[in-house]
Design a protein. Structure first.
Length: 306
């Protein structure tokens, strides 16, 4: 069977928070943040629901589809508006959908987990699925904590996937999880995000490289065949280290981290939409979508753009 990307949409808050603004209240500077993370500014505001609605509607509009065309909604989010109910049904209601809707939480790997889930749902008879990654991370940030406040931000990205009997955009997947590393990046009920940055860096590079290599092997191609790498936008140093170990020049990596910060499950669709809007991926070309997140989770996929 085949699965095609039919439309994309993104949504980010209007409020821009620069490194200079953060340096007014934190012991940091624009230079310190850019050198260690690659971030210049980030967007703050909205909620998983409001941002998800905007991104989802734009993806449907881009695909030329209405609410009646969508058979299932899968929302990837680490920051739902409530513990219960799930945020996906609320987004579905705002979009006028009457189909099933559910949340998926795999942290920063969430969008890729949602794409894999949607693929399976299309295999079992659904025709079109709206996949959204939406985050309101700023709600769970201690703004006096320099380590986390400079990293996390808000945003959403969405795509419409459609069953196609003749052609496919999704060639292979490699997903995984290691719960023994769960305490490396956490956010307790009523608390804030905490992270062991050094250990996350070490493990993130390893699992991204490993899952990417396995996805490439399953697809029957090599890193040299890739036109683009679309990574989770966590930290520029992680992206640099992973691409170097894969033998891929940084020029082939899509980076929007400087503008949006780390938006968790929204970061890969934000980057993919940027690549598409700027004509960086053309029909027949291969791209690697790869991410990692708290859990520890990871996910890579090979896309052949149609």
């Amino acid at each position: 069977m085949g699965v095609r990307f039919r439309g994309w949409g993104i949504a980010v808050p209007d409020r821009v928070v620069t490194n200079e603004e953060l340096s007014l209240t934190l012991d940091t500077s624009d230079e310190w943040i850019r050198e260690r993370t690659g971030i210049r500014e980030r967007r703050i505001g909205g909620s998983a629901k409001t941002l998800g609605v905007l991104a989802g509607q734009r993806a449907m509009d881009d695909a030329g589809m209405s609410a009646a065309d969508i058979d299932f909604l899968v929302l990837a989010t680490t920051t739902p508006d409530r513990i219960a109910p799930a945020t996906a049904p609320m987004i579905a209601n705002e979009l006028g959908l009457t189909c099933p809707a559910m949340d998926v939480n795999a942290a920063c790997s969430g969008f890729m987990y949602a794409i894999r889930t949607a693929y399976g749902l299309l295999e079992t008879g659904n025709k079109r699925i709206l996949v959204i990654g939406a985050e309101h991370l700023s709600r769970w940030v201690d703004w006096s904590d320099r380590n986390m406040a400079v990293l996390l931000a808000d945003g959403a990205g969405a795509t419409v996937l459609e069953y196609d009997p003749n052609e496919t955009d999704l060639i292979s997947f490699c997903l995984g999880a290691d719960g023994s590393a769960a305490d490396l990046l956490t956010c307790e009920h009523g608390g804030y995000f905490q992270m062991n940055g050094r250990e996350i860096f070490r493990r993130a590079v390893r699992v991204v490289v490993d899952s990417a290599e396995k996805a490439l092997a399953t697809a029957g191609i090599t890193a040299d065949d890739l036109s683009l790498v679309i990574p989770h936008q966590a930290n520029i140093r992680i992206i640099q280290a992973a691409t170097q170990r894969l033998g891929i020049e940084m020029e082939r990596a899509v980076v929007v981290l400087d503008r949006y910060g780390n938006t968790s499950s929204a970061s890969i669709p934000l980057a993919f939409d940027d690549a598409r809007q700027n004509g960086r991926i053309k029909p027949g070309e291969y791209a690697l979508m790869t991410g990692f997140g708290a859990g520890l989770t990871w996910a890579s996929a090979i896309v052949r753009w149609s």
